[in-house]
Design a protein around this ligand. Structure first.
Ligand code: ADP
Length: 727
């Protein structure tokens, strides 16, 4: 009758539980409920199950209301124990598990240990699910060890031993029995003494140590009688009867069995009575109610979460709308942008067209201006040379000055336009800085005399003799700065200082300083003067300038990757400075010099044909050529050229481009078609870059821009003729 054993085992658990209830204080306890739980426990220990269950019920309801998991767990534990005592095993397991569920929500390890022990009892002895039961016991031991409760370990080991003996696994059971015997004196009490003696007796009987077994059985019976624990005694009598039967003491065995049956019947009847009396307690009803309450509260939670999810749905819809709105706006924006981009593209095209028109306009205007200016400057020069008597004429020098001014204006506008259109690429020419600066000084001597200024040059001797770079652009920068210095200084001094500031590999960085002690520039004007057409604080009569000089200087320096620094005090003077790196490479220098070397020593008399429709220009060009002792013939147009070439041979042809009836390109093409390979040089007021391609494809050999330096013209003539005869 193993179910009787359970009663005893359960008491162990509850004993421990009772201890821990008192010792462990990590439950967040309501003192009133705590008191109720203790009362229920006392009633249980007095076997007043009805009373114990009633009080437990009240405690459980109160603990549930105050959500005190520890007290809920303890209430369920006592209820489980009561059902355990009343042999209602399923209910006992149900309430123990409930208790364990709440215990696991707390940190009360003692409580957990008790519950695992009690469930171990249920599964080992009642359900006969031994493995499951042992699993519970082991957990119980683990929790007890965790809190160092060795008494609880002792009790659980008694249970484990009994469980192993029950399935006749004496070897395993003996391991635990040994531990129990070694600690018995420390932890044993009245209730365990009976069982421990009985377990020893059972083991010794198994080992056929009958005398010793008999002694333990008798000791257990004595202890059972002393403690008044009927259940324990009933168990001992049963095991004793089995033992006596085994050793063939049948009569004594029978007597022991009678004793067992008698006590069992008493216990059974008592229980039956108690069971009947608690039938009306309605714990199950309570449990159902609690479950309904739980369902209700879940319902509330659900409706709350429903509300929440409704809010979420609303939010979702709202966000969807916003997103939709955003997408629509985005699409609209993209469409608008597309449209706008198209407009922008159109605007860009228009702007590009406008820029092209501007370029064309500037080039046409400058061409149209250059052509007559060529005549004006040329004729003025001729007059001055041929009629020395009028060379002092104020009118003539005014004419010359105005023509030159106009020419420089046209050239400046053209140059600025070219820089802005990114059409200028710096060239690599070899030069000597001292020579370049001397040329500038000489060409500005007229200006320096006019304002009674002295020009001093200071060139660092460390600077290499030959440098490579765009000397023409550099000269242009220096010309502008030095002529400004001379223009805005009277009876003063203009210094041109060039220093070698640093050398990086082949690059020699030259620092240029153009300094005057003239009128200076006011601070407010200093940032403006680099803008186009800005001239500050000057009267018309003071001087003539285009207001483009510094603007060109700044842009040209930009091409060199340099910037200009201005330092000026009104009334004290002005200095402009900048730095440019030039290459110093002797091999390269030699190559460059070799390339441009031209033999000007020729004493040949060449025959030159000039094809030009403008009568003044015809006159000027013819004069220049004849002055060099060459023979010059002039025709008015392309047809004239073709005709004269049928009869005569020339060494070189100078061809105007812009002519009526047939332009210079067309004429050149036709000349080439006739098989005439005489060098043809375009003599034009067009900008060189604009016509280079067409000139080459028509068969021309070179281009000279009007107005030109006669020296340059003869250099080209000589070079081309020499080149041709070399072939
Ligand atoms: P321009 O000399 O043709 O007027 P620039 O662009 O060269 O045009 O110069 C702009 C203005 O800067 C000049 O009109 C003058 O007022 C001022 N400026 C330039 N250089 C000097 C200088 N060395 N001393 C005083 N003023 C100067």
């Amino acid at each position: 009758m193993p179910h009787i054993r359970i009663f005893l085992l359960l008491l162990f658990g509850l004993n421990c539980c009772a201890n821990s209830v008192i010792s462990q204080s990590n439950c967040n306890r309501d003192p009133k409920i705590d008191k109720l739980v203790k009362k229920a426990l006392i009633s249980f220990r007095e076997s007043n199950f009805e009373q114990s269950l009633k009080i437990s019920r009240t405690a459980l309801n109160a603990a549930t209301l105050s959500k005190d998991f520890c007290l809920i767990s303890r209430s369920y534990n006592i209820i489980g124990a009561n059902y355990n005592e009343l042999s209602d095993i399923d209910k006992a397991i149900f309430f123990y598990k409930k208790s364990l569920y709440y215990a696991n929500k707390t940190s009360n390890d003692s409580l957990k240990s008790n519950l695992y022990n009690n469930l171990g009892n249920m599964y080992c002895f009642e359900k006969k699910q031994f493995d499951e039961g042992i699993r519970y016991y082991k957990k119980s031991v683990a929790y007890s060890l965790k809190i160092n409760d060795l008494k609880e370990v002792y009790f659980t080991n008694v249970n484990i031993t009994w469980a192993y003996f029950d399935i006749e696994n004496y070897n395993q059971g003996y391991l635990f029995l040994k531990y129990i015997n070694s600690t018995k004196n420390k932890y044993s009490d009245g209730s365990t003494e009976v069982i421990v003696d009985m377990l020893n007796a059972v083991y010794l009987s198994h080992k056929n140590k009958n005398t010793a077994a008999n002694t333990f059985f008798l000791s257990a019976i004595e202890a059972g009688k002393r403690s008044g624990e009927k259940t324990d005694l009933s168990n001992v009598y049963l095991e004793y009867s089995k033992f006596l039967d085994k050793i063939n003491k049948h009569k004594e065995a029978y007597q022991a069995l009678v004793n067992h049956n008698k006590i069992s019947a008493e216990v059974y009847n008592e229980k039956k009575l108690k069971k009947a009396s608690i039938a009306g307690i309605g714990l199950e009803l309570d449990e159902y109610k609690r479950q309904i309450d739980k369902i209700e509260s879940e319902k509330v939670e659900q409706s709350q979460s429903l509300k929440k999810s409704r809010i979420i749905v609303i939010l979702f819809i709202l966000i969807s709308f916003i997103l939709l709105f955003l997408i629509v706006t985005l699409i609209k924006n993209i469409r608008f942008k597309k449209k706008h981009n198209l407009e922008l593209l159109k605007a860009k095209e228009i702007a590009e067209e406008a820029s092209l028109l501007k370029t064309q306009f500037i080039s046409t205007i400058s061409h149209e201006l250059r052509t007559p200016l060529y005549g004006v400057v040329g004729i003025t020069n001729m007059l001055l040379e041929e009629h020395k008597e009028i060379s002092r004429s104020q009118h003539l020098s005014s004419l010359k000055f105005s023509a030159r001014y106009l020419l420089s204006l046209v050239n400046d506008i053209l140059q600025i336009n070219k820089i802005e259109e990114n059409k200028i690429v710096l060239e690599n020419l070899t030069f000597n800085i001292a020579d370049e600066i001397t040329v500038i000084k000489n060409s500005l001597s007229f200006l320096s005399q006019k304002n009674n200024n002295r020009i001093s040059i200071d060139i660092d001797p460390e600077i290499p003799e030959y440098l490579i770079g765009d000397k023409l652009r550099l000269s242009q920068i220096l010309m502008n700065l030095v002529s400004n210095a001379l223009k805005f200084t009277k009876d003063g001094q203009v210094e041109i200082i060039v220093k070698l500031s640093r050398v990086e590999g082949k690059l020699n960085f030259l620092h240029f300083l153009i300094k005057d002690n003239g009128i200076g520039i006011a601070v407010v004007d200093q940032s403006k003067i680099f803008e186009k057409f800005v001239q500050v604080g000057r009267k018309e009569s003071d001087y003539q300038g285009t207001g483009l000089g510094l603007s060109i200087v700044k842009r040209l320096l930009g091409l060199f990757g340099s910037t200009i620094t201005l330092d000026s005090d009104l009334g004290k003077g002005t200095s402009f400075s900048f730095e440019i790196g030039f290459e110093h490479d002797l091999v390269k220098t030699k190559n460059i010099i070799d390339e441009i070397e031209v033999d000007l020593t020729s004493n040949e008399v060449y025959r030159i044909l000039v094809v030009e429709d403008n009568l003044i220009n015809q006159l000027v060009t013819k004069k220049i050529i004849e002055k060099n002792n060459y023979i010059c013939k002039v025709v008015d147009d392309g047809f004239g050229a073709l005709k004269i070439l049928e009869d005569e041979e020339f060494d070189l042809i100078l061809m105007d481009i812009n002519m009526p009836l047939m332009n210079g390109f067309e004429t050149t093409k036709r000349i080439r078609l006739l098989g005439i390979d005489t060098p043809i040089v375009a003599l034009t007021a067009f900008d060189k870059d604009e016509i280079t391609d067409e000139a080459i494809s028509s068969g021309m050999n070179d281009i000279i821009i009007k107005p030109f330096e006669p020296v340059k013209l003869f250099k080209i003539i000589n070079y081309l003729i020499k080149e041709k005869s070399a072939v």
